[in-house]
Design a protein around this ligand. Structure first.
Ligand code: FAD
Length: 227
């Protein structure tokens, strides 16, 4: 299937939000949180990379959120795309989506690992479950979609948004450090929780280890690694 770029814009330093469209004749159906695989000929060979869907299903459009990897092959190519340019797409793929039955959940993202959670949080929150989003970035301007999450927290008593900065300056009065310790604080003694995590391997592996040591069942730990 071909996906055509509708528009892209910067939402944080070196991070862009993309809207793509597939032809009206193709029904593009997916569960929020899944990913797509994009391919293009670059430097004489076909390069393929995975990207989480950053929106819920809406018509024949979907959205992505990605950062430009310095010296990367595919992300600079996507950043250089102009509206009307097309790329090959396959998917949807993967099993990163809300689990049934609904239960209290902690969503843990670092950097562009926020992408699948943005889509999942555009759907009605599952059942009466309490959902907490712990979102870690280095600096405050990197808190992508912050206003959306703050609005959701203001309108949904079951949803909490906990931004965490690892390199905050003195003006930041919120949470600091790495997301892992804030997840453990949020859990307290509660083990009846699903923990969804998305981002780079170092964070995901570290938090998985800590949750397993606390007695979490592997089915309660749902994760997507970007590297
Ligand atoms: C299931 C899945 C979903 C993904 N979803 C997203 C997404 O929604 N947004 C997104 O930006 N990336 C996402 N990625 C990562 C993406 O597939 C690419 O790896 C990334 O864009 C780098 O590709 P590249 O060709 O530019 O770099 P390459 O030439 O492949 O260079 C790879 C280097 O970039 C590092 N890297 C990979 N991903 C990132 C990243 N996000 N930030 C910093 N360094 C990275 C790798 O560790 C490696 O060192 C996802 C990966 C997987 C497996």
């Amino acid at each position: 299937m071909r996906a055509v770029l509708v528009e892209s814009h910067e939402i944080a330093p070196e991070i862009r939000h993309f809207t793509f469209e597939v032809p009206d004749t193709e029904r593009f159906s997916f569960k929020a949180g899944q990913f797509v695989s994009l391919s293009a000929p670059i430097g004489g060979r076909t390069i393929t990379r995975a990207y989480s869907l950053a929106s819920r299903e809406h018509g024949n459009r979907f959205e992505l959120c990605l950062n430009r990897v310095e010296d990367g092959l595919f992300s600079p190519f996507l950043f250089a795309m102009q509206p009307g340019d097309a790329v090959d797409l396959s998917g949807p793929l993967g099993y990163f989506h809300w689990r049934e039955p609904a239960r209290d959940s902690i969503l843990v993202a670092t950097g562009t690992g926020i992408a699948p959670f943005r889509g999942m949080l555009q759907e009605p929150l599952p059942g009466n479950a309490k959902v907490t989003l712990v979102f870690g970035v280095r600096y405050e301007p990197n808190l992508m979609y912050r206003q959306e999450f703050e609005s959701l927290a203001a309108s949904q008593p079951n949803f909490r948004f906990l931004p965490v900065l690892s390199r905050a300056d003195d003006s930041w009065s919120g949470r600091r450090g790495h997301v892992q310790s804030h997840v453990l604080d949020t859990l307290g003694g509660n083990r009846d929780v699903n923990v969804y995590m998305c981002g780079m391997k170092a964070m995901v592996d570290d938090l998985r280890q800590q949750l397993k040591a606390l007695g979490f069942d592997r089915r309660q730990i749902i994760y997507e690694k970007y590297d």
